[in-house]
Design a protein around this ligand. Structure first.
Ligand SMILES: [Zn+2]
Length: 418
């Protein structure tokens, strides 16, 4: 099955359209509503009917399909997509030896364009219809992705001003100035993206926080993923109370910020994340791949920290959020109670809430709700008679089939699969 490049949101759906099948409706409180025989209708790109089907709903009958909202990924490195899952090792050697050289190639606009197109095709094919993405350390490459991507994609060029190969380094003022000069339809979907504290000094981080406040941009970075990384940050910022404190001191924490990992945070850090409303992207497949450890999800839950599931491609091997949902249940078994319904909500409705802060048109993103964007995926219906059992069965799908599992993908009501 091929993906049709027809997600241009300016084109309204030709007519009111509907599908009928089983449906899972994730909610922002982490629960999921189950409709075994649902009727989903949309017009002009937005859902207008979401309800149990009746005997009169005969327009389309697809009882063998399970419908879900398109999934949302708040932490994924698109310039690593073509090497996803190919390299292992611990974080720092993996970055230096495999990832940074791979990202240097994006200085060539032809390479950047070709890989941006491939990435968009592959991630939409896998059922992810939006998110927050890390670009290469190159503003033009990020702009190129955003020009090609649908409006629910946000992206930031990874800022690196030190401790990396010279061809990847950019002064912070230069990068922010280049970001500000892009066309308005691009700048409104940019994100401030200091790669991680070792690559950006305190002044650079403060400049990022100022740009974030000035432009209303989201911010994204990494925190406390690996013990060697934490040790390095402590050497570089000797006055900081912790790795997270480096970002707090710069003014980068808050409800517009997503930090990936948090595998080795201290008790005060959990309180600080909760107090500031900072979001944590939990990337269980990446943590497994790089041997980073288990993120203590029980701490996030106990402190009321807002967390989402994310792929962290290319350390994460797959673009499919279904893979992260399965890994979530597996890695926390015996440590923290978490179910498949929570896994779905934290890969759809909850990250959708994060992005909706930046664009009112995204309200309802990641939900199957009246008025929400009609981003819907259909997969073969698994056995089961409630949301949890259906999802548990869905997550038994072999990993090598997950990226091509959706049989239907609708973006703003347009069918993308042919
Ligand atoms: Zn990452």
């Amino acid at each position: 099955m091929n993906l049709r490049q027809s997600f241009n949101h300016s084109k309204a759906s030709p007519a009111r359209t509907a599908v009928r099948g089983a449906a899972l409706l994730p909610q922002c409180d982490g629960s999921v509503q189950w409709l075994p025989d649902a009727w989903l209708a949309w017009q002009d790109g937005r859902l207008c009917e979401v309800r149990a089907a009746t005997a009169d709903d005969r327009l389309v009958t697809q009882t063998a399909t399970l419908y879900l909202p398109g999934l949302i990924d708040l932490h994924c490195h698109w310039p690593q997509s073509h090497v996803r899952g190919q390299f292992g090792g611990a974080l720092l050697p993996w970055l230096r030896e495999a990832i940074w050289p791979a990202e240097a190639a994006f200085a060539d606009p032809q390479v950047a364009e070709e890989r941006a197109k491939t990435f968009l095709n592959e991630i939409l094919r896998a059922g992810t219809v939006g998110g927050l993405f890390f670009g290469p350390p190159n503003v033009q490459a990020s702009a190129l992705l955003l020009a090609l991507a649908p409006p629910s994609f946000f992206d930031g060029p990874a800022l690196m001003m030190r401790h990396a190969p010279a061809e990847l380094l950019t002064p912070v003022a230069q990068m922010l100035a280049e970001m500000e000069e892009l066309p308005a339809d691009i700048t409104k979907r940019l994100a401030v993206t200091p790669r991680f504290a070792p690559n950006v000094d305190a002044d650079g981080l403060r400049a990022c926080a100022e740009a974030m406040a000035k432009h209303g941009w989201p911010a994204q970075s990494h925190v406390s993923e690996n013990l060697d990384e934490i040790k390095w940050v402590a050497e570089l910022f000797p006055l900081a109370k912790s790795y997270l404190d480096v970002y707090a001191e710069a003014g980068l924490l808050g409800p517009h910020t997503v930090l990936a990992h948090g595998v080795h945070l201290g008790p005060k850090d959990w309180e600080l994340l909760a107090q500031t409303g900072t979001w944590l992207a939990h990337c269980p497949t990446s943590n497994q791949a790089l041997g980073s450890g288990r993120m203590p999800l029980e701490q996030a839950k106990a402190h009321g920290v807002r967390w989402v599931l994310a792929t962290d491609v290319g350390a994460g091997p797959l673009l499919s959020q279904l893979d992260c949902m399965g890994a979530l249940l597996q890695v926390h078994q015996g440590h923290c109670s978490v179910n498949a319904c929570e896994a779905l909500a934290h890969a759809s409705a909850i990250p959708g809430e994060f992005l909706a802060q930046f664009d009112p048109d995204l309200k309802g993103l990641g939900q199957l709700a009246i008025g929400a964007p009609a981003h819907i995926i259909g997969v073969p219906r698994p056995a089961g008679d409630d949301a949890e059992s259906v999802l548990q069965e869905l997550l038994q799908t072999p990993r090598n089939l997950l990226e091509s599992l959706p049989t239907q993908v609708f973006y703003a009501g347009h069918a993308l699969l042919t």
